[in-house]
Ligand binder design. Structure first.
Ligand SMILES: C[S@@+](CC[C@H](N)C(=O)[O-])C[C@H]1O[C@@H](n2cnc3c(N)ncnc32)[C@H](O)[C@@H]1O
Length: 413
């Protein structure tokens, strides 16, 4: 691994990370982990740590212990061995999904994979565990330090080479389907800058031009992109996949042409780790539109983002309530993991006074507000609709055939 020039401001960060891996650093982090587990507040915890491990080590040890505690939900037992920074943890994907990606990448026959922008090494470790020889590249010395440490801590260092490099240049130099000397590549551009999301793919790092070039030059690659990526950007012959977990999008991927199997794929990660998939070889278009019926169905975000709501609708015998809104309706409840269903009791034009009166008449005092295609703020409307009644309901604010409409659903109590 190449070093960090001493005048680089990140050199201090690297030095602190290296200290955390020494016996003294590990002991300080273990002590900090005890204080985190005992829920000691930050100021007294830092005072105790300063007294016990010295003024320089207290801050880094406390931060690492806190980050490991936060990472446990996603990384499981590995979390307690990871070297992390807040930035790297925020950028890290879910290991379970990194493993799935690694397996698909290697099923194409690749043996060596370039992890282009490795950060803390989530993909690097998943690829190495899946059997690949990994070249992990990052411009940032802190990222390289983290990846090298994590590969070692998780027992895959013998399959990982960490190198300094600019992904833009490496992709520009790709030839014969190989990048950075590897058979395959994973690219996960940084899509945040200064704590804010970069909505414009041309401002990602590396930018969209590098993503497009990689997809052109490396048939065996996968790129992580923003869930809101415009479908018009997806090159011909490239499979785009949206993966959801727990009702929100976990990741969106573009698969190189050598690995693409379909036009669009929606994948649903269930709590037990199983994945359900919905695929279409061509654009299924929009679902038919019809009047609101007895049940309203909210499609899973992976089905919506991938443009596959029409497939879900066909499966359920459902129609859209409006051509521009992803709510489906049918006569009966749906036994499908691709939607959550609500029993509709009332449909009325949006009018706060009339809605309040109706809820009061039904004894509803608490509502959950959902919205699509409406500027209302759900929490604020839910507060405005509170009343002494003991019943509950789901209030859906949307457009039906173009008109602002409220659907009162799931009334109970
Ligand atoms: C979103 S993070 C990768 C996260 C990683 N896949 C994970 O799950 O932990 C993007 C990484 O790309 C690196 N990066 C951004 N632009 C780069 C470039 N031009 N060359 C090399 N690395 C770059 C950043 O330093 C950052 O570590």
């Amino acid at each position: 691994m190449s070093g960090t020039p001493p005048d680089d401001p990140r050199a201090d960060r690297v030095a602190a990370l290296r200290w955390l891996r020494t016996p003294a650093g590990e002991a300080a982090t273990a002590r900090a982990a005890d204080l985190v587990a005992d829920r000691v507040d930050v100021l007294p915890a830092l005072a105790r740590l300063r007294a016990e491990v010295g003024p320089d080590g207290a801050g880094p040890a406390w931060e690492l212990a806190r980050l490991r505690a936060r990472a446990r939900a996603t990384f499981g037992d590995d979390a307690d061995r990871l070297l992390l920074t807040a930035d790297a943890l925020e950028q890290a994907g879910r290991p379970v999904l990194a493993t799935r990606r690694a397996r698909r990448l290697l099923a194409g026959g690749a043996r060596s994979v370039a992890d282009l922008g490795c950060a803390s090494g989530t993909d690097t470790v998943a690829l190495a565990r899946a059997g690949a020889a990994v070249t992990a590249v990052d411009l940032d010395p802190v990222a390289r330090e983290l990846t090298a440490a994590n590969a070692e801590a998780l027992g895959v260092a013998d399959r990982v080479q960490v190198v300094a490099g600019d992904v833009v240049a490496l992709v520009a130099a790709a030839a014969d389907g190989r990048v950075a000397g590897c058979d395959a590549a994973v690219l996960d551009p940084a899509r945040r800058a200064g704590g804010r999301r970069q909505l414009d793919p041309d401002r990602w790092s590396p930018p969209w031009s590098t993503v497009a070039l990689l997809l052109d030059r490396a048939p065996a690659c996968v790129v992580k992109v923003a869930p809101g990526l415009d479908h018009a950007r997806v090159p011909d012959g490239v499979e785009a996949e949206w993966v959801s977990a727990g009702g929100s999008i976990a990741e969106a991927l573009l698969w190189g042409r050598g690995l693409s199997r379909t036009w669009r794929r929606a994948s649903l990660l269930l709590a037990d780790g199983w994945l359900l998939e919905l695929t279409a070889d061509r654009d299924p278009g929009t679902a038919p539109v019809g009047p609101v019926r007895g049940w309203l169905h909210e499609p899973d975000p992976a089905a919506i983002r991938s443009g596959l709501v029409a497939l879900v609708a066909a499966d359920l015998g459902a129609t859209l309530v409006d051509p521009t809104i992803a709510y489906l309706t049918s006569d009966g409840p749906a036994d499908s993991p691709w939607v959550s269903s609500h029993a509709v009791t009332d449909v009325l034009p949006f009018n706060l006074k009339k809605l309040r009166a109706l809820l009061r008449a039904r004894g509803v005092g608490r509502v959950t507000v959902k919205k699509r295609g409406s500027p209302i703020e759900p929490e604020s409307l839910a507060r405005q609709l509170r009343s002494p009644g003991s019943g509950t309901a789901v209030v859906v604010v949307t457009r039906v055939a173009g008109a602002p409409t409220v659907l009162v659903c799931d009334v109970s109590g």
